[in-house]
Design a protein around this ligand. Structure first.
Ligand SMILES: C[S@@+](CC[C@H](N)C(=O)[O-])C[C@H]1O[C@@H](n2cnc3c(N)ncnc32)[C@H](O)[C@@H]1O
Length: 467
């Protein structure tokens, strides 16, 4: 097979990125936006040994499961991968991906229930990050095309709430009426780079990220924003670096309150423009509630919340347990957790540690073991999962329960395989352990649809100590 060749085939299944997969002779062909049982014409983009990456040219027989994507730039933007698939089947696919990761990566055959649906299939995101760029002799606002700095211009985005459309209109109007300079990647010059928005309880925290020291025509901008929004705060963020990081360190509040006080799962908290919060409010709350439920904590339990972010879950546990200890590497997030502790009066019940889990967790596990307390460990690591040495420390310390929240089914399966002894290390490889002697038993696997229309899935897992 050669690049640009066009061929016809029938898609046999969906792959783990939501793409169609088919067999063509000795080749396995991956075709994004194609569905099982569809007869398609595809164009070869890249051949790597017997794996082919291709693009749909024509769908001859659309599958029953196919729906018209809600987005006009769906295949160009690359932010969503599953909009062409009925929502119920998106949920089914995500459960299948989780199940396959457990069986293929960790040799664990476990039943995985249907992925918990999101209350909102569209318009669910509470956060928006829009690049603004000087392109085609004008200002373009949209999203970067996958793996590039080329803007795909948009007027709206179906996975964002309706306010996204008004933000785009307001930014365009401000730039046009005031002739505001806009950043260009090609020359590394120009002022306005990004507009970042967070929605908290109906109030928008709007940040203009600039490559400079001051935002011009602020009064004019506030007047324009007032035409579109009743309740908002305006910030400027200074980021003069030409790298891929969106936000700089400094936020300056130009209008409205700099923090919004709100309540979630019984915890009062302050949200600023830089605060970390999972993007789907409804699903986030359900995951927190289920985490508390399956952890079975009582007033005698010590909870260690590893990779604790801004400390929301640590605070929720601190209200119910003897004590909750959060461990987080980012200082600003730990400051937020400290403010949660203060606002909610959790003085002697919540401890926030700013350190890598690799350093702090072994010490804290050992310390709590010496007190003889019943210990529950929460793990909510980033995509790369938990460090293998740390997993070995956890197995030695044997907390009574481990609740693992993960945004990567692949690293989740690997880590659960190591914790339940179905995997062992041999040199550079992790291989099947044929003589397992497990300390932990996998008691629950529950996928949640935090990110509808995309390939991403959040999974909650519970491990209970056997001995
Ligand atoms: C998926 S987030 C979890 C956030 C939090 N549990 C929540 O519900 O909002 C992962 C967190 O782990 C932190 N992190 C990443 N590597 C870390 C490490 N080695 N040690 C401690 N924290 C780390 C990140 O800064 C991030 O806040």
């Amino acid at each position: 097979m050669v690049k640009n060749e066009e061929r016809v085939g029938i898609v046999s299944r969906l792959g783990s990125n939501g793409e169609g997969v088919l067999k063509d002779g000795d080749f396995t062909v991956f075709v994004p936006y194609a569905l099982p049982n569809e007869k398609i014409k595809y164009r070869v983009l890249k051949v790597k040994k017997n794996v082919v990456f291709a693009k749909v040219v024509e769908v001859y027989t659309p599958a029953e499961e196919r729906v018209r994507p809600a987005c006009s730039v769906y295949e160009k933007c690359g932010g969503c991968q599953l909009q062409h698939l009925k929502y119920k089947l998106q949920l089914k696919l995500k459960s299948k991906i989780v199940k396959e990761c457990f069986s293929k990566i960790a040799f664990i055959n476990t039943s995985v229930p249907m992925t918990e649906r999101s209350e909102l299939e569209f318009g669910y995101r509470n956060k928006l990050q829009l690049p603004v760029r000087a392109e085609n002799f004008g200002c373009e606002i949209g999203f970067f095309a996958l793996g590039s700095h080329r803007i795909v211009p948009i007027n709206s985005c179906p996975i964002q709430p309706e306010w996204c459309t008004r933000i785009i209109k307001a930014v365009k109007k401000y730039v046009k009426l005031n002739n505001v300079s806009v950043y260009s990647d090609k020359v590394g010059f120009g002022l306005l780079k990004h507009v970042v928005v967070r929605a908290v309880d109906g109030r928008l925290l709007i940040t203009f990220v600039i490559n400079g020291d001051t935002l011009p025509y602020v009064n004019e901008l506030i007047a324009i924003l007032k035409e579109y929004f009743n309740d908002f705060s305006l910030f400027v963020n200074i980021n003069k670096l030409g790298n891929n990081v969106i936000l700089g360190d400094r936020f300056i509040c130009l209008f409205g309150r700099d923090k919004v006080m709100t309540t979630d799962c019984g915890i009062k908290y302050e949200m600023g423009p830089e605060s970390f919060m999972q993007v789907n409010d409804n699903v986030r709350r359900r995951i927190y509630q289920e985490t508390v439920k399956i952890s079975g904590v009582d007033e005698e339990t010590v909870v260690i919340d590893a990779y604790s972010g801004a400390g929301m879950l640590t605070a929720i546990f601190a209200q119910r347990a003897k004590k909750a200890i959060g461990i987080e590497i980012i200082k600003e997030a730990v400051d937020c957790a400290d403010s949660l502790k203060k606002i909610n009066g959790l003085w002697d019940k919540m401890e926030n540690v700013c350190a890598p889990c690799e350093d702090a967790l072994p010490v804290i596990l050992e310390r709590e073991k010496l007190t003889g307390a019943k210990t529950v460990l929460i793990l909510d690591p980033p995509r790369q999962g938990v460090d293998e040495k740390l997993i070995n420390v956890i197995k030695e310390a044997k907390p009574e329960k481990i609740v693992y929240i993960s945004c990567s089914p692949q690293t989740l399966a690997r880590d659960v395989g190591l914790l339940t002894d179905t995997l062992k290390r041999e040199g550079n490889d992790l291989i099947k352990n044929n003589e397992p002697n497990p300390i932990y038993e996998l008691t629950e696997v529950k996928p949640y649809d935090m990110f509808p229309q995309t390939k991403h899935v959040e999974t909650l897992v519970c491990l209970a100590r056997k001995v």
